[in-house]
Design a protein around this ligand. Sequence first.
Ligand code: SAH
Ligand code: F3S
Length: 492
Amino acid sequence: MNQPAKKLYIETMGCQMNVLDSELVAGQLRHAGYETAQDIAEADVVLVNTCSVRGHAEDKALSRLGQFKKPKHQNKDLVVGVMGCMAERDPDGIIAKMPHVDLICGPGELHKIPAMIDEIVDSRQRSIALASSLSRKSTLLERATQYDSVEALDLARDPDPDENVLQAYVRVQRGCDKFCTFCVVPFTRGPERSRPPQQIVDEVKMLVDRGAREITLLGQTVNSYLHQEDDLPVSFGELLARVDAVPGLERLRFVTSYPGDWTTDVFEAMRDLPTVCEYLHLPVQSGSDAVLKRMRRQYTVAQFDELVHQAREIVPGITLATDLIVGFCGETDAEYNETVALVERSNFKNIFCFKYSERPATVAEKRLPDDVSDEIKRHRNNDLLAVQQRISVDHNQAMIGQEFEVLVTGYSKSALKAQEAEQSRGEETGWRRSDQLVGRTRGDQIVVFNGKPEQIGELMPIKVTGATALTLFGESALSTNSVKSPSLPVIG
Ligand code: SAH
Ligand code: F3S
């Protein structure tokens, strides 16, 4: 008689790279016979994919792992695992605080997880796989080769027929060599390596065959991509051209770019290649040259301003987003005000703003005092977000009356909530909120509009009729398809 399938519950914290890693690990385990558990209560294996970029992210992971103590106590066969950056950065700390954890696997070793689980089930011993423990004493070349064994993970990608791949991530690069003084990523994800272009193109083809319409290429400094192919360098611009040529692909995006390595040909690719979307996430981190220097960012504020200028000159309609850190070591009021000024003049669509969080082993932790109080960090964070809020509202309201191509990705959040409420009450309200859909413009803006369920997965022309800082509201611009409906409730 067949054994019932084992069940996997996987929880993901952190960046897009982690979302992709979790998807690939889940895929490997599905091939090994695992099914997905909706709830931890029915799981045989629980994995938490962790982030180390800020202390807060690690605290969250620890608190989540703490919640698995009781289920593990009640079921000794349950395998509890930690994967991702925190596993790589602090395995000893995890074991000390969370002794019920059975599996610890860094982001460079994820292809080993199915074998590690088998080993744990057989031996009832903890299993640990880390790139750093192997490589501390190795040469650079050996390190790169060891890290590269994880390539198997991406090469074995094989999404389930019913997996939603409408918008899919594809890794083009692993690791980072920049060693910004505040950042833990080079320590957790290892040196920068670019994947061979043909492997990337083949993966995109496979995903498009399975229904992907939008692909996002992932790397820590994605525009620094460089691969030697038959002794000839393939640049990021060239890679974009090759992926753009994949038949059937509608949209191509990439994150995250590094201003210090930017080359104009990438703007030209964004202008000339039909699939490449007019959206750029370009983290600046600070508007002060002195702070950028302490962060070792390798570009100046003037160079960043020039990139913003070129972006708007070369790529019509481009939207821009950035990351900023406030309260970095020694940041004065005057330096912070330079960041405010940069935000005010750049007209970003949105910003991601973070309070500086000191990370172990980084240069900043070793050499620069974390001397801005938490109160000031909080104040600057809120202040900067308020500045951007006004800019985002103006930015978005300027789009009212214009028409945009929208990739319809699903029901809007409030439609889903209303659907749930209707189901739990078992009653029908006259207006079908479930027909409120959500999608993205090529500029990466969220648009909510009334439509029909069969339009999910389609590209539709939408005319913008309203806007808040985060959301555009619109209506179908297809006259034959236009949906007559009561006005939309405003959703924040
Ligand atoms: N290039 C990477 C950067 C990873 S970290 C990428 O894919 O985005 C993402 C963002 O977190 C950074 O751009 C930075 O703004 C922020 N960040 C990184 N280290 C931080 C720290 N120690 N404290 C606060 N924010 C940090
Ligand atoms: Fe981190 Fe700087 Fe690399 S932010 S990921 S070290 S470019």
